[in-house]
Design a protein around this ligand. Structure first.
Ligand code: FES
Length: 421
């Protein structure tokens, strides 16, 4: 039985009447005042994914995150009790950034038994408690209990570490049914990570838009395919297998077919040799948890399924691929027209050189596609900023975009209305 009910007749969008079908206003991607309110209404009060637990293998393992969108730097650290905690990266003596290496604006990672401030050597344990003050007797009735690090809500779902500066509900409640249907996927087996990170000159939502629809794929990416495949794609157009909205989150499930391809002439020679390509290495890893997949992945159980993309609001995308690997995207706004894009590809560690090369081919092929997607963003941003046109007609395959912009608008409106009272 499918995890999600089949939609009633009509277009996907028409099954969600609250979305409407009219043109969508993109002032939300160019208006500095709107961006400032997005930061407060959304980013300061939602659960944000800052990484995976594999980055914290032992007691004292830590990493920092520079989160301009919420105006702070955080330390994420594993305590002696195994718990992952998050703290504002600020020393309680005189405000120095507590953890950094050569450049205070750069993220860092490592392992320690305690955090020692570079300025006057105050020390904090792994639970954030202030444990040592240099020349403590020089202070005036200093109560060390009152000067621990400022803690931030932190929780872990399926190995993903989330933080929230002002939680309105628990992480599990927030992630809801979409996430529940993913639980049990063997994330913990996929510990080989390839990472890309880039500053992009566009509003954060525009890059989510680019990845949340496949309408563009036969057009924008046609040069990436061999001639036969490009002609097939151009003639076919595109339509996904399933779309599901669980506000504020959403997902799209799509067909595949190139891993391995039914017709080997459809792929490039290097892909045939390495048995790999955009859809990942063709040989599925032999691990538990992939067969059957958790119920929300390939929810229609379609035999031609290739990939699912889950958009966890506001800025975390989780993509599953049929050949048994996954990737994440995170979009970190730095200004109304800039953001930092992070992509991580996760594989089961290779057992030999050929498997490793297959993973590397998938990784560089992914980069080519991502660059093609990214290539439109700054062009779009500059023309939106011209304010020549404000409203744009989105089609049925762009339902996740319509949903994202509406969810953002609703959250900002709710925040503004409350602030006006
Ligand atoms: Fe950290 Fe003084 S600012 S010890």
């Amino acid at each position: 039985m499918p995890y999600f009910a089949k939609p009633a007749a009509g277009s996907w969008t028409e099954n969600y009447p609250e979305l409407g079908t009219g043109p969508v206003d993109y002032n939300d991607s160019i208006d500095p005042a709107f961006y400032e309110d997005e930061r407060k209404a959304i980013f300061r009060r939602t659960w944000l994914n800052v990484g995976r637990v594999e980055r914290l293998p032992r007691t004292g393992s830590y990493f920092t995150r520079e989160l301009a969108v919420v105006g702070t730097s955080l330390i994420i650290v594993k305590g002696g009790d195994g718990k992952v905690r998050a703290f504002h990266n600020v020393c309680r003596h005189r405000g120095n950034k507590l953890v950094w290496n050569d450049f205070p604006g750069e993220e860092s990672a490592g392992s320690c038994r305690q955090f020692i401030c570079k300025y006057h050597a105050w020390r904090y344990d792994l639970t954030g408690k202030l444990t040592f003050v240099q020349q403590e007797e020089e202070f005036f009735d200093l109560d060390k209990e009152r000067y621990g690090l400022k803690e931030v809500a932190c929780d872990v779902w399926e190995g993903f570490v989330f933080v929230n500066l002002d939680p309105q509900e628990s992480l599990t409640e927030y992630l809801g049914e979409l996430a529940k249907g993913i639980e049990g996927y063997p994330f913990h087996e996929m510990t080989e990570v390839f990472t890309y990170r880039a500053e992009v000159g566009s509003n954060w939502k525009l890059f989510i838009d680019a990845f949340a629809e496949f309408y563009h794929a036969p057009v924008l990416h046609h040069k990436q395919a061999v001639k036969n495949e490009a002609e097939k794609l151009a003639g076919y157009g595109f339509e996904a297998l399933h779309y599901e909205l669980r506000t504020p989150h959403s997902m799209v499930s799509s067909w595949g077919g190139m891993a391995p391809p039914k017709d080997p002439s459809m792929v490039k020679p290097i892909e045939r040799v390495l048995r790999s390509g955009l859809f990942g290495p063709w040989d599925r890893p032999d691990i538990d948890g992939l067969d059957p997949l958790p119920p929300a992945i390939n929810p229609s159980r379609h035999p031609s399924w290739g990939t699912d993309s889950f958009e966890f609001f506001p800025n975390f995308t989780l993509l599953f691929w049929a050949p048994g690997w996954y990737l994440t995207y995170t979009y970190w706004p730095t200004a109304v027209d800039k953001h930092i894009f992070e992509a991580n590809l996760y594989f089961v560690p290779a057992k030999n050189a050929r498997e490793r090369l297959a993973q590397e081919l998938a990784t560089v092929t992914f980069k080519e596609y991502a660059l093609q997607d990214g290539n439109t963003l700054e062009a779009t941003q500059t023309m939106l900023a011209s304010r020549t046109v404000a409203e744009f007609p989105l089609n049925d395959q762009e339902i996740l975009l319509r949903h994202l912009h509406k969810t953002v608008a609703d959250r900002v409106k709710e925040y503004r209305d409350a602030a006006a009272v």
